[in-house]
Design a protein around this ligand. Structure first.
Ligand SMILES: [Zn+2]
Length: 533
């Protein structure tokens, strides 16, 4: 009789490749998996009973903003946030998305970068000189699950140029490329942009091509929050395609959506375009979260020039009635190259998710708050931003269900929560509900995906895209990251009013061979690692 550290016995193995589920036992020895015939004679130190359950690779959340969550310490709010990911079966998070991360920080810009990081990630997480410093901090903090990180273009730009609205000079671009090259050499997973956000939005296409070429040399992807996901989403997709073609980097489109009333239904054009590019041999993929609402910073509702110079400059402009009138006009009339969420929807679709000093505003729309104060919505938003020093997160009810379903069903779309685990307020429920929601609502209830397809999008497809060797598929010798769940019961419970409610049906989670969730509860084990690619 052979021996193992852990045996997951009696389940149906959905192995992450998309292949049909089959009965199998799975053994873990020294952090590595072995797939065994059901009932194989194995003596194990610990046994998980998986009868009537699905055994799958641990889920890979390809799109998070969890860069700082594990660094916030053991305070209750921080713990609840960190716990939400593993309780939904996520064994690897990929952070550093949308152009924003916690490295590399340059000494000359450090105070401004810390202030920005506070707005983006919440709390005082620190900034790090390089990927190695970021990795050391996560390792020291201790993690239940693994994390990998992209290198954010906006963070590179902030470090080298500061938060300014102008093109990078040649020597500045060379410095950004050198910093990116170092981070990718240290094991960061690729380059990300957030071209709707300042300072990323201040960059032209050529700047991003130069950086993506560095990623291409490392064989790592260019991952982008497109310059526009609303009325000009198709042009923005073409810019991303151009960047990929000119740089040679594989293209990954983040949280693909066609949002705002002028773009509803436009996935009927973007998805065939992506499919045609793939058919022509281009390496292009995307991710998606299973909700019709988005979430971002309130300051991103303002035109890019309003944010030029960073938070202090924004606050000064917001205090000036003439500048506010200019912003009102920009939103009403649009600005070339700017997404303009409010102009595409309205303040009645924007609700406050987190305003730490004004919790009474959370859950209410800007339009409601303005009506209650007999004020203009822009003035209400401006007042809140100033009072909160920029730290306001919003939920934007900007998509339609048909578009979300079309993207989820696309055979090259993987799952990313886009979760923003910041302390306080009512964050978007996607951070706690994304994976069970895809499995429960979209696979089991609506039949949009088979169980095997859904799992593949969360595991094998994701690991292949981001170079996570030996993960995402349950096979002999793979890393021992596993989820055991009940396919009949699995469901999200997190809502906009109770956003961190744990899901149903995710019963056990294993990271590096250690059980981190048992019977739906965290065990307290911290086997997670910082993954390099
Ligand atoms: Zn984004």
């Amino acid at each position: 009789m052979s021996r193992a550290d852990l045996l997951v016995r009696g389940g149906v193995l959905v192995d992450g490749t998309g292949a049909p589920g089959r009965p199998a036992d799975v053994a873990v020895t020294g952090g590595r998996l072995a797939v065994l015939p059901p009932g194989a004679a194995v003596e194990a130190a610990e046994v998980l009973d998986a009868r009537g359950r699905i055994v799958a690779p641990g889920f890979v959340d390809v799109h998070t903003h969890s860069d700082g969550a594990a660094l916030l310490g053991e305070a209750d709010a921080g713990r609840a946030l960190v716990r939400a990911a593993v309780l939904q079966g996520v064994t690897t998070e990929i952070c550093g998305n949308c152009g924003s991360g916690l490295f590399p920080a340059l000494p000359s810009q450090l105070p401004a970068m810390r202030a920005e990081a506070r707005v983006t990630f919440g709390g005082d997480t620190g900034m790090f000189r390089d990927f190695a410093g970021f990795a050391a901090a996560h390792t020291a903090a201790g993690r239940a699950n693994n994390v990998a990180s992209l290198v954010g273009h906006g963070t590179l730009r902030s470090g080298v140029l500061g938060p300014v609205d102008r093109p990078a000079r040649p020597e500045e671009l060379r410095e950004m490329c050198a910093l990116l090259d170092l981070a990718l050499s240290q094991g960061a997973a690729g380059l990300s942009t957030g071209l709707i956000y300042t300072p990323g939005s201040y960059a032209g296409t050529d700047e991003v091509v130069a950086l993506a070429a560095v990623a291409a040399r490392h064989g790592k992807p260019y991952v982008t929050h497109l310059r526009d996901e609303m009325s000009r989403v198709e042009e923005a997709l073409e810019e991303a395609v151009e960047i990929s073609v000119r740089s040679g980097a594989a293209l990954h489109v983040s949280h693909h959506k066609t949002a705002g009333r002028y773009a509803w239904g436009r996935t009927e054009r973007t998805l065939p375009r992506i499919a045609a590019l793939r058919a022509a041999g281009m390496d292009v993929t995307c991710d998606v979260y299973p909700y019709t609402a988005a979430s971002t910073a309130l300051s991103a509702m303002l035109p890019p020039w309003a944010n030029d110079g960073g938070l202090a400059a924004l606050a000064a402009r917001l205090g000036d009635p003439a500048q506010r009138d200019r912003m009102r006009r920009a939103i009403a009339e649009g600005v070339p190259g700017w997404e303009n969420t409010v102009g595409n929807g309205g303040w009645d679709r924007i609700s406050v998710a987190c305003a730490p000093r004004h919790p009474q505003t959370e859950g209410r729309t800007i339009a409601e708050l303005a009506a209650a104060a007999s004020a203009d919505p822009l003035d209400t938003a401006a007042g809140l931003l100033v009072a909160e020093r920029g730290e306001v997160t919003i939920i934007s009810h900007s998509m339609v269900e048909e578009d979300v379903r079309r993207v989820l069903a696309a055979p090259y779309a993987m799952i990313g929560s886009d979760g923003v685990p910041k302390p306080g307020g009512r964050p978007h429920p996607r951070w706690a509900g994304t994976f069970p929601r895809v499995l429960g609502r979209y696979a089991r209830e609506l039949g949009l995906l088979t169980l095997e397809e859904a799992v593949h999008k969360m595991t094998g497809m994701a690991a292949a895209r981001f170079g996570l060797a030996g993960r995402g598929v349950v096979r002999d010798g793979a890393h021992a990251d596993l989820v055991v769940f009940d396919a009949e019961r699995v469901a999200d419970r997190a809502t906009f009013t109770d956003p961190l409610l744990p899901p149903e049906g995710i019963e056990a989670v294993v990271v590096a061979g250690a059980v981190v969730v048992r019977d739906g509860e965290e065990t307290g084990a911290r086997p997670g690692q910082v993954l390099t690619t």
